[in-house]
Ligand binder design. Structure first.
Ligand code: 6PG
Length: 255
């Protein structure tokens, strides 16, 4: 396994980013399933991965490449809304992927975010992980691949600057109160994200350029830039970014 040093792949635009991500995920699925029965994929929320999910679900050559019955789907975070709500991350994936390809319902491990008690939703999601990965008390799940986005403020999943979840060292899932939304988000925490075999950040758009430069090339201030918390312990981290998002990176200036 490569060290946790980030690999940065700069692609032309959002469409190229979606295709590059599809290739990376597909190849990682194929490699992993040489040695085991199932693959645990964590989907990111937000808008950046929508094109990727649509390609996975509807592009004839891509959809044929995924062994859908052997892939288990999880979420890096979920909004505290029902699964049919316009803001639901599950809903995005359901419309783009699950309504187009034969993923067995038991392979879809969504956050029960309709539960009015966000802490209970987090507890149930923790139980779901524990059951799927057959975890001992206190053991963290090891996902095969985690897809993550990044906000213009450097947040990832629902690890927002200055929020309590940033300090979580043990629990894999927490309900994180986000002041600016005046709502909870259920989110995987840095310890479990960093336990993954492969972490793929997908970052697109000029509005992300300052944060991407600060996260990748700036001073270590993870309380202000939570994406800096994401450092895989034994795995690999790959940033797939388009030129607009990468426009302030030193790395781009060298090309
Ligand atoms: C969410 C995501 C969040 C997202 C970033 C980027 O639930 O919104 O998990 O971390 O990845 O906010 O969002 P965009 O892709 O929409 O820019």
């Amino acid at each position: 396994m490569r060290s946790g040093k980030p690999e940065i792949r700069i692609v032309h635009d959002a469409e190229a980013l979606a295709w590059a991500a599809a290739e990376v995920v597909s190849r990682h699925v194929d490699e992993a399933l040489q040695n085991k029965r199932t693959f645990a994929l964590v989907l990111s929320g937000g808008s950046t991965p929508k094109r990727l999910y649509t390609l996975m679900g509807t592009n004839p050559s891509l959809r044929a490449r995924f062994p859908w019955d052997r892939i288990h789907f999880f979420w890096g975070d979920e909004r505290h809304v029902p699964p049919d709500h316009p803001e639901s991350n599950y809903r995005v994936a359901n419309e783009a992927i699950f309504s187009n390809v034969p993923v067995p319902p038991m392979n879809i491990h969504r956050v029960l975010s309709e539960n009015p008690d966000a802490n209970e939703a987090a507890r149930l999601y923790t139980q779901e992980l524990s059951a799927h990965f057959h975890l001992e008390q206190g053991e963290l799940p090891r996902f095969d691949c985690v897809l993550l986005g990044m906000g213009p403020d450097g947040h990832t999943a629902s690890l927002f600057p200055g929020t309590l979840a940033l300090g979580e060292k043990h629990r894999p899932v927490v309900a994180n109160w986000i002041d600016k939304f005046q709502s909870f988000r259920i989110t995987l925490t840095a310890p479990v994200l960093n336990h993954a075999k492969l972490i793929v950040f997908l970052v697109s758009g000029a509005e992300k350029a300052p944060a991407l430069r600060d996260v990748l090339e700036g001073v270590e201030t993870p309380g202000r830039l939570p994406a800096q918390l994401i450092r895989p312990i034994h795995g690999r981290i790959l940033w797939i970014v388009d030129r607009a998002a990468a426009s302030l990176l030193e790395a781009l200036k060298k090309t």
